[in-house]
Design a protein around this ligand. Sequence first.
Ligand SMILES: Cc1cc2nc3c(=O)[nH]c(=O)nc-3n(C[C@H](O)[C@H](O)[C@H](O)COP(=O)(O)OP(=O)(O)OC[C@H]3O[C@@H](n4cnc5c(N)ncnc54)[C@H](O)[C@@H]3O)c2cc1C
Length: 409
Amino acid sequence: MQSHYDVVIVGAGHGGAQAAIALRAAKFAGSIAMIGDEPEPPYERPPLSKDYLSGDKPFERILIRPPAFWGERDVAMRLGRRVVRVDPQAHAVTTDDGATIGYGQLIWATGGSPRRLSCSGHDLAGVHGVRTRADVDRMIAELPGVTRVAVIGGGYIGLEAAAVLAKFGKQVTVLEALPRVLARVAGVALSRFFEAEHRAHGVDIRLGVAVDCIVEEAGRAVGVRLTGGEVVPAEMVIVGVGIVPAVQPLLDAGAEGGNGVAVDAHCATSLSHVHAIGDCALHASMFADGLPIRLESVQNANDQATVVAKALTGTTDPYAAVPWFWSNQYDLRLQTVGLSTGHDAEVLRGDPATRSFTVVYLKAGRVVALDCVNAVKDYVQGRALVLAGATIPPDRLADASVPLKDMAA
Ligand SMILES: Cc1cc2nc3c(=O)[nH]c(=O)nc-3n(C[C@H](O)[C@H](O)[C@H](O)COP(=O)(O)OP(=O)(O)OC[C@H]3O[C@@H](n4cnc5c(N)ncnc54)[C@H](O)[C@@H]3O)c2cc1C
């Protein structure tokens, strides 16, 4: 094993994989190593709460590239190892097996780990986060003995898992602290639509409830106690309450940040020769009024990886890609473009009862985002409106008989 590489990528997930792919595509001829703490080569994370959990896609089909690809591209894979220390002066990282690896350039692409509950019982057997293949394999192994599932957190991951498990015939209860599901990422109309869909599939959606603790019996979770004293019985508890970005070694090394590592428009951190990308990168986004945000999406990880690969091969394009995201629940495909955070109006296009409609989000009269449910044309055409920050009267936007492409100024 070499002890120095021109580029060391920490994190073998979406961003890390794309960084290596983009570097080689840009004819980068230097040495590259990728260090990842999971044992698997890079794989797609979105199917973990969708078709991998449901069994519709085997693991081989969610690999980002076939295992042989990395050797063919001369990317040294150091898997099953965790970087615990970064020495920015010596330009070296140390892994948990004590090895020190020098770098010319470091790309930090570590994502995050599921935020854990702080209440008692949070670490019992039967309590699961959903972030890695190992997490989901543990869930799948337990499912035959499970009748009732409690999902804590009504965000995308919790709702996707709820949809799969409801289809499996499990009795699923979603426990959401806020007054509606998806409250942090979508407007009221979309929340109400998904709540109704889940209820129609037999999922018990409980809003505005607070968890007191996980109830234990013989070392296993048997339910979730709410603060009012009620116990929701469950042999499996899924916790989907966000992630904590995996940036401690970089912050310890002096990088600026907090909830993520701060990066500039080229994904450079405050440490020289260190870039950060993906879920862990705190960047000022023009789609969030220039405020520093972390985006947790494949789009963001891939596009930031490409920006860094270009920067390291001589092209300095700032990161300015339009955010997009998707979620699959039952037979519904939600596609989002732009960021709806801070919107002050939402316009409904089409009728949710038809299960094909769009919500257009406006801020100070400008289109900032769209949530499109089974409405791929609106999703594709709406992108231009978000990019342009188009100002279109709400009654015109609401007219689903007029394609969005005909509304651009
Ligand atoms: C269940 C689930 C469903 C999702 N669904 C969608 C979706 O539908 N659409 C969408 O756009 N996005 C979705 N996402 C989000 C998307 O998967 C992430 O935004 C994306 O994976 C981010 O890529 P990343 O490279 O930043 O992090 P990751 O893909 O998480 O990769 C980071 C890797 O680094 C490793 N690591 C962490 N610390 C260290 C260390 N110190 N040393 C070595 N390795 C380390 C991690 O274990 C991990 O393997 C989903 C995520 C999950 C978990």
